[in-house]
Design a protein around this ligand. Structure first.
Ligand code: MOS
Length: 731
């Protein structure tokens, strides 16, 4: 029977600390690291299957209308070409995830420029590429004109989800009565997920059983989506995704590469590999919406907020449910009894908008935190102090208590480490040669969510331990942390623990998304190990909590035995399932942090260089200091991108994406990123999970760009309200 825990109440037992093995939390290397470095970790496109055929997509050269005809004959006569598929089911929506959510239903309808219209399959990748390029498609124009610009008066604007609307008190009155107020509008550019590994799928059928090798984040959901698209049973679909070269939201749901490969493979009776080029990924997978954000802050003379308004405009295709949840952290971060939060959606013709790297907080926090800096200046108090004065006792929107809240501690710890006391209050106060120097601060916040997860752990008769779940490792350190939890619980040195991930035949994990992966799947591994410990304790007729396991020896009271003798030839299998419960709803759960940035702004060119950045983060228990730190480095690096370089540019004549690769869409590179510093404010949040860990993956991007904006203002007195803050906006 599975050891199941529903988080209906806080788990205060703190069992992991009680183990005292020194494995959990330690900065251990990732076990799969060497495989990645030497090139033997097999990514989706790298599997070699016998008799494989290759599929390449042809894409629309118009933004709207219908496919009128496809000139098949000419292309089918080209060397090596095997088939042309335009099955309507091939077009799925990777932005949403979840079976049954497929507004883009028919591949013969054109929803946006660059959309997939057909798959050309050939004997080689090169032949398929040439044939897809040669495919002539005729289109029938639509009846009405498309709108490509979210700011156009012709764009239809709808309310986003009601769950994103908050209205309490009277914000207009609070603004009128305020001792100090700001009423400012910020904009942020659209972003690409820009994962290193492009999307690819290899499908092969054995009878009516499909095996799909893909690059996906959420296997148990992806099985349901793929089965749904193909109209087969979920038991007929197995997905393998052992190594994923980054996802950042773009691989949450199956894309048309997976569906098209499966359809083509079934018809051809041989394995089919579908690769998407970097340009195809940029142009078809999905985007983060650009945003316009009006921020209104009303404060008393001492800076305490009486009101917050955060009203946002984002965009998506007509009919799409997703709306960038910009106000997600504004709901709970600061007090103020008069609140107005909303997200509206402009319906425009650009590729689908979906989840990209901390959807909501990544862009919402950078605007909120810039506005807070503007308020601090008006009130005339230190911006760290302003934030601390506005940390509420309970969640001001829901009225629920916080499961824990480390914001004040993070602000203090970060300020001390960074040397915030060196900051000049006046702008333009520090100059080094042709560079203005300045410092800025911003808070970090990201919702924490526990997601149902299962795992199996096997203690073998030779004392080795195997952890199994369909959870993925998208570069985040899942292999490392799940092994450490098992090692800690079972007293097994990490060399004797193996972790199997990324196979949908294994117990269903939570997937890698929303920063919930490590805490959720880690809790399932914890529960599976607890079951093994119960089985071992039983052999002493004792209680699991009294059992000690260390260096292969089990002790309980006066009794002791070798673990291998207790296992005695028959492996002990533990199964664990964690489920969110009442405490997940009754408390506001989030990870917090604070960013401190020092920048240099060139007085002649307006170029900004981030000189150093410190992040202090409260993420509950740190499961592995090295991988958690690396996650924060990654997030802070993305925040530099959001601040200074990242911007999707669309042609407003037809909505096509102009900068569709890493040469033109600029993610921060080595020279853009200084040595980053990460400090953890460690805590045990008993509401968050039985291992007292919270989300960490996306926290490092949530607000960081605000610290950079505030540092730019402090350096040179220019307040840029339009991200990214390229030099033309500063000079
Ligand atoms: Mo994340 S954008 O939820 O993969």
């Amino acid at each position: 029977m599975t050891n199941t825990l529903t988080m209906d109440k806080p788990d205060v037992r703190n069992r992991l600390d009680a183990m005292a093995q020194g494995i959990i939390g330690a900065p251990l290397d990732r076990p799969e690291g060497p495989l990645k470095v030497v090139g033997t970790a097999t990514y989706a496109s790298e599997w070699q299957l016998p008799d494989m055929a290759y599929g390449v997509f042809a894409r629309a050269t118009v933004p709207a209308g219908k496919v009128a005809s496809i000139d098949r004959e000419a292309v089918l006569a080209m060397p090596g070409v095997l088939a042309i598929h335009d099955d309507p089911r091939m077009l799925v929506n990777p932005a949403q995830g979840g079976a049954g959510k497929k507004p883009l239903q028919d591949i013969r309808e054109i929803h946006y420029f660059g959309q997939t219209v057909a798959l050309v399959v050939a004997e080689t990748f090169e032949q398929a590429t040439a044939a897809a390029k040669a495919l002539k498609v005729e289109y029938a124009a639509p009846d009405d004109a498309s709108v490509f610009d979210p700011e156009s008066s012709a764009a239809t604007v709808e309310h986003g989800p009601d769950t994103q609307r908050v209205q309490t008190g009277d914000l207009d009155k609070a603004m009128a009565d305020a001792a100090f107020s700001v009423d400012v509008t910020y904009t942020t550019a659209g972003h690409a997920s820009a994962a290193m590994e492009p999307h690819a799928s290899i499908a092969s059928w054995q009878g009516d059983q499909l095996t799909l090798r893909g690059s996906l984040q959420m296997l148990n959901y992806n099985v349901a989506e793929l089965a749904d698209s193909l109209a087969v049973g979920q038991s007929q679909v197995r997905i393998l995704s052992p190594y994923v070269g980054g996802g950042f939201g773009s691989k949450l749901g199956v894309g048309e590469d997976s569906v098209a490969a499966a359809i083509a493979s079934r018809e051809l009776g041989r394995p089919v590999r579908v690769d998407m080029s970097r340009q195809q990924v940029f142009e078809t997978v999905m985007r983060r919406s650009e945003t316009r954000q009006r921020l209104r802050l009303a404060a008393r003379a001492d800076g305490v907020l009486t009101g917050i308004g955060h009203e946002c405009l984002v965009s998506n295709l007509p009919g799409e449910q997703y709306a960038e949840p910009v106000t997600q952290a504004t709901e709970f971060l600061y007090g103020g009894e008069n609140r107005m939060l909303s997200v509206d959606v402009a319906r425009i013709v650009r590729l689908c908008a979906g989840s990209v790297r901390a959807p909501g907080e990544a862009v919402g926090m950078q605007a909120l935190e810039s506005a807070m800096d503007e308020l601090a200046e008006k009130v005339g108090i230190d911006p760290v102090e302003l934030r601390k004065r506005n940390i509420p006792a309970i969640d001001p929107s829901q009225g629920t208590p916080y499961s824990s809240n480390t914001l004040a501690k993070c602000l203090d710890a970060g300020a001390a480490r960074f040397g915030w006391d060196q900051r000049q209050t006046q702008t333009c106060a520090t100059r080094e040669g042709e560079w203005w120097i300045g410092m800025g601060v911003a808070s970090a916040a990201r919702v924490h969510k526990l997601v149902e997860a299962s795992a199996r752990v096997t203690l073998a008769s030779d004392g080795t331990v195997k952890v199994e779940t369909d959870m993925t490792d998208i570069g985040t350190g899942t292999y490392a942390v799940l092994g450490q939890i098992a090692g800690e619980m079972l007293g097994t040195p990490i060399e004797k623990v193996s972790v199997c991930l990324g196979d949908s035949a294994l117990p269903a994990g939570p997937g890698s998304g929303g920063s919930w992966g490590a805490a959720s799947s880690g809790s399932a591994v914890f529960l599976a190990c607890e079951q093994i410990r119960q089985a071992l304790a039983k052999k002493f007729q004792g209680d699991e909590e009294a059992l000690s396991l260390k260096d292969g020896i089990a002790r309980l009271g006066e009794a002791s035995a070798m673990v291998v003798d207790l296992v005695a030839g028959k492996p002990i299998v533990g199964e664990g399932t964690i489920k969110p419960g009442e405490t997940s709803k009754a408390t506001r759960q989030a990870s917090y942090g604070a960013f401190f940035a020092e920048v240099a702004v060139n007085a002649y060119t307006g170029e900004t260089r981030v000189r150093r950045m410190t992040g202090a983060f409260g993420i509950g228990r740190v499961l592995n200091e090295k991988t958690a730190t690396s996650q924060c480095y990654g997030g802070m690096t993305w925040s530099i991108g959001s601040a200074l370089t990242e911007e999707l540019a669309f042609d407003l004549r037809d909505g096509h994406l102009v900068n569709h690769d890493l040469a033109e869409y600029h993610v921060p590179v080595n020279l853009d990123v200084p040595a980053l510093e990460v400090v953890f404010v460690e805590e045990r949040d008993p509401h968050a999970s039985p291992i007292q860990a919270k989300g960490v993956g996306e926290l490092g991007i949530c607000g960081g760009a605000g610290a950079i904006a505030n540092a730019i203002y402090n350096a040179c007195g220019v307040r840029v309200r339009d991200f990214p803050m390229t030099l033309d906006k500063i000079i």
